[in-house]
Design a protein around this ligand. Structure first.
Ligand SMILES: NC(=O)c1ccc[n+]([C@@H]2O[C@H](COP(=O)([O-])OP(=O)(O)OC[C@H]3O[C@@H](n4cnc5c(N)ncnc54)[C@H](OP(=O)(O)O)[C@@H]3O)[C@@H](O)[C@H]2O)c1
Length: 279
């Protein structure tokens, strides 16, 4: 097995997260064990799943079969929208842990704010209890807008360690990143390669950086995330592409290449909008 060369980033709660992880969205339940086993063999030690994805059982089987010590793994799962609320959040984490076959996850996230239901502050307080109970080492949010983060900070005692949001060169999310930097909240990029919805690989600055370093466009984009201080969780069903996406520590983009890729931003959202998902 490969020893991971992945750097870690520090949470404000004293724990750390491997900056590069492996995403599990649209990984079929019956393929999850094989795909996560491949990812672990390739060297990934950070796995990002969610109750919604329906593949926590397969993730758990792959972890158990790997023989990798639990403290060498970083496992994230997420609370789905219909489970917002106090008791339903307690039930949801218990079900996720049962499916994963774990005593605790490293990071539990509220998947979407669902502002129309206005339950996310109450749900966040439930996550504080889940953390106090030792069922998740750290707690964070996903798809939270500036106004949602403002409310969590104003109305509760705990700052999320991280906000996982759609982020790629066509949607660079500077306002949320700057807010996170100011409040000690790391930013994690979902859909980092375009969420299988937009083609970023053929964009000029991406192709040019890839050619200059003799790597693929996907590798150049993953470096762009890493060099921007983001946590990044590309997904692939193919062992060859997951290995390629992990092989990103032997080259470095220049500042000019990073800037040119950042300048591709056109606030292009390829996934759901936090105003609407779950409404
Ligand atoms: N919090 C949220 O609301 C949210 C939403 C979406 C995603 N996520 C998380 O973020 C993770 C990543 O996002 P994502 O899965 O939506 O999209 P992504 O990682 O941006 O893109 C995945 C797509 O890129 C392809 N791909 C991967 N590596 C490649 C390579 N080296 N060359 C060419 N194509 C490549 C994959 O195809 P193959 O599989 O065929 O390689 C797949 O079609 C998810 O898996 C999930 O864990 C979270």
């Amino acid at each position: 097995m490969t020893t991971t060369p992945v750097p870690t980033l520090a949470f404000h709660d004293g724990h750390t997260i491997p900056q590069l992880g492996f995403g599990l969205y649209r990984v079929a339940p019956d393929e999850a064990e094989r795909i996560v086993s491949d990812a672990l063999e390739v060297g990934y030690r950070h796995i990002d799943t969610a109750a919604l994805y329906g593949n926590e059982v397969g993730v758990g089987r792959a972890i158990a079969a790997s023989g990798i010590p639990r403290d060498e793994l970083f496992i994230t799962t997420k609370l789905w929208n219909s489970d917002q609320g106090t008791q339903s959040a307690f039930d949801a984490i218990d079900l996720s842990l049962e499916k994963l076959g774990l005593e605790s996850v490293n990071l539990y996230l509220i998947h979407w704010p669902v502002p129309s239901r206005d339950l996310f502050v109450e749900t966040w307080k439930a996550l504080e209890q889940i953390q106090a109970d030792g069922k998740s080492t750290s707690i964070g949010v996903s798809n939270f807008r500036l106004s949602d983060l403002d409310r969590v900070l104003a109305e509760t005692d705990t700052v999320p360690v991280l906000n996982q949001i759609e982020l790629h060169p066509l949607f660079t999310q500077l306002p949320l990143r700057e807010y996170g930097a100011a409040h000690g909240i790391l930013t994690e990029s979902w859909g980092p390669l375009g969420h299988a919805q937009v083609n970023i690989f053929d964009e000029g600055p991406v192709a040019a950086a890839a050619a200059a370093h003799g790597v693929s466009p996907a590798q150049a984009i993953i470096r762009w995330h890493l060099q921007n201080g983001l946590v990044v969780i590309p997904k692939s069903n193919s062992r060859e592409r997951m290995a390629q996406n992990f092989d990103v520590f032997g080259f470095e983009l220049s500042d000019a290449e990073v800037s040119a890729i950042s300048a591709l931003n056109r606030d292009h959202r390829s996934g759901g909008h936090p105003d609407e998902v779950g409404a």
